[in-house]
Design a binder for this molecule. Structure first.
Ligand SMILES: Nc1ncnc2c1ncn2[C@@H]1O[C@H](COP(=O)(O)OP(=O)(O)OP(=O)(O)O)[C@@H](O)[C@H]1O
Length: 324
């Protein structure tokens, strides 16, 4: 492997895992400064003294959910952190996606996850999957997420093989609006834009999920088996260890859009035999010219959109990509 530019690649060997109970109080609570996470959810300790008799118009999401309130319907997905299940609120009938994250990881990552949960729950935008609540139960942190009933873009590609340009324009616009919100209003980089993190519902709405928490999990897992899936869509500057910023999310989205158009991951190994190693793929992303849309299959506008995206991902501003 040539790998000159990969010198900065960081592959942290996970430190010895510490048992979960080391970070719990006797009542089964995570505490990190002002933040507390237990079966009753994520709370700021200073908020607990508030006058709880004030709220008159409670919605189900305003009442802290626990495992007892939820009926498991079926498993709908599995990620590196754990399983995602479709659940129904027993009394109200609302459906949610319940995502479990195993907390048998290092304390520093656990703390980061709790911090990220706080940002997640404060994030409200039509193009970001809503995280209603979170709670801790038997060694697992559960996120109660808005249920996206058409699954992810991975499921859509499996069904339709390729997505036509007009639909791609709609998908792209919605994801860009979500990113615009994350970057400009929340000042966070998603870090893990990929097809399985773009979810769709029956109204045709596309929403970004998994910001923050999944990036922490990805770094906590280092080179475990999930590493490949997580890093495929990384921008070259991230792989080579240079500083990266909001524009790295744009690179990843460009790759996803091209994948949706051509029906396969845009980088192909030169020998046609599959990647010899994961590092070969990383090297290709760093060294090879960025993939392009085949001119004989796509409109000139789409081809130029993709090539200008890659060419300028380090200098583009998000609003330049959005139609007026
Ligand atoms: N809110 C949701 N509504 C409907 N389905 C969901 C929801 N969240 C996740 N899923 C489904 O569960 C799958 C697994 O999601 P999860 O976020 O755990 O992992 P991932 O993004 O696929 O992979 P990784 O953990 O490596 O990032 C998704 O691909 C999607 O199909």
């Amino acid at each position: 492997m040539k790998g000159k530019k990969l010198l900065g690649l960081k592959l942290d060997v996970p430190a010895q895992e510490t048992p979960v109970d080391k970070f719990l109080t006797a009542s089964g609570t995570f505490k990190d400064g002002e933040l507390r996470l237990n079966q009753r959810g994520l709370q700021l300790i200073s908020e607990e003294t508030g006058d709880e008799t004030q709220s008159t118009n409670l919605k189900v999401e305003d009442v802290q959910l626990s495992m007892d309130d939820l009926e498991m319907i079926q498993v709908i997905g599995k990620g590196s952190g754990g399983v995602v299940q479709l659940v129904r609120h027993k009394w109200v009938g609302t459906f949610y996606a319940l995502k479990g994250i195993q907390m048998n990881i290092q304390e520093s990552f656990r703390k980061q996850i709790v911090q990220e949960l706080k940002i997640n729950q404060a994030t409200q935008n039509p193009h970001i999957v809503l995280c209603h609540q979170s709670f801790y139960h038997n060694g697992v942190i559960y996120l109660v997420l808005e249920y996206m009933d058409r699954g992810s873009v991975v499921d859509i590609i499996k069904q339709v093989k390729t997505i036509l340009e007009p639909y791609l324009a709609v998908l792209c616009k919605q994801v860009l609006e979500g990113l615009l919100y994350l970057h400009h209003e929340r000042h966070v980089i998603h870090r893990d834009i990929k097809p399985s993190n773009l979810l769709v519902n029956h109204n045709g709405e596309v929403k970004i999920t998994d910001f923050g928490v999944s990036a922490v999990l990805a770094s906590s897992m280092g080179q475990r088996d999930t590493f490949v899936g997580t890093y495929n869509y990384m921008a070259p500057e991230r792989i080579s260890g240079s500083s990266y910023d909001y524009k790295s999310d744009i690179w990843s989205l460009g790759l996803v859009i091209l994948e949706c158009a051509i029906g396969r991951f845009p980088y192909i190994p030169s020998e046609g035999e599959g990647w010899l190693s994961f590092y070969e793929l990383l090297e290709a992303i760093v060294d090879q010219p960025p993939p392009s849309a085949p001119a004989d299959q796509f409109s000139p506008e789409f081809c130029s959109f993709i090539s200008s995206w890659y060419a300028k991902h380090s200098s583009l501003k998000l609003h330049m990509l959005l139609p007026p």
